[in-house]
Design a protein around this ligand. Structure first.
Ligand SMILES: *Cc1c(COP(=O)(O)O)cnc(C)c1O
Length: 246
């Protein structure tokens, strides 16, 4: 198991490097978030040992249950294993409190009410949370995210009223397409939006750095269109098996 995870990771890193080069950048310009949802602590440890330091989860409960186990593991390790947790799934306001002190980046902010709650929680613990705004690029009813046309409004609302939130960029999940080339335009739309918003607002509360787009099936196209953070689960850990009661 361990070997296959580290081999998978190597091959994903190589594909990231190649796609980065095609877009005139280098491998170090693109951050990999290894999506560890549904994976056991042992599988995650293998990924950490192989060099994955950014871990993505989409459920609050999985973060809280894995957090302590892996903290003990990394603290007892002799190597530099400074892992960061990323919340990449839909986040309910009443659950923000459970992860506010555990995650380094929340990719899925799509409303002022959610940003407000995050800001209140961070104020209580005296910190600032880095967030990305999730954009529903294709207008899919089944997906969360703010419509592209509403992003600017949400940005200015958050800047105005959420003192303990720092907007670090945008995130999107595009529709599945057999041929990822068919969804390239959504990546390029979000990239244009990212550039435009990053240019328009320059302030303490907004410091664009991350464009999180691309998953196992389409991360190369996403990188070619400008992604500098990709969220890859299956490509690193193999196919997911969902527990019956999950
Ligand atoms: C599960 C998930 C991923 C990773 O999906 P893979 O296809 O396994 O790479 C990326 N982003 C989000 C938001 C996810 O929920």
């Amino acid at each position: 198991m361990k070997d296959s995870i580290s081999e998978n990771l190597d091959s994903v890193m190589q594909r990231i490097a190649a796609a980065a080069e095609r877009s005139g950048r280098s491998a170090s310009d693109v951050r990999l978030v290894a999506v560890s949802k549904t994976r056991t602590p042992d599988e995650i440890k293998s990924a950490i040992e192989a060099g994955a330091l950014d871990l993505g989860e989409n459920k609050v409960q999985e973060i809280t249950s894995k957090y302590d186990i892996l903290r003990v593991f990394t603290e007892n390790s002799t190597k530099n294993r400074n892992i960061k947790w990323h919340m990449i799934g839909h986040l309910q306001r009443n659950k923000v409190k459970y992860i506010a002190d555990k995650v380094s980046l929340i990719h899925s902010v799509d409303s002022l009410r959610l940003a407000d709650e995050i800001s209140r929680r961070m104020d209580a613990c005296g910190g600032t949370m880095d967030v990305l705004l999730q954009v529903n690029a294709a207008g899919e009813a089944s997906k969360s995210g703010v419509a592209p046309g509403e992003v600017t409004r949400l940005v200015s609302d958050i800047i105005e009223s959420c003192a303990n939130v720092r907007i670090r960029g945008l995130m999107t999940i595009v529709p599945f397409a057999e041929d990822p080339d068919d969804v390239r335009r959504y990546f390029s739309d979000v990239r244009s939006l990212y550039d435009a918003v990053g240019r328009e607002y320059r302030c303490e509360r907004l410091d664009f750095r991350w464009l999180s787009m691309g998953m196992t099936h389409d991360f190369e196209v996403a990188i070619e269109e400008g992604a500098n953070m990709v969220r890859v689960g299956t490509g690193v850990f193999g196919p997911r098996v969902y527990a019956r009661d999950a």
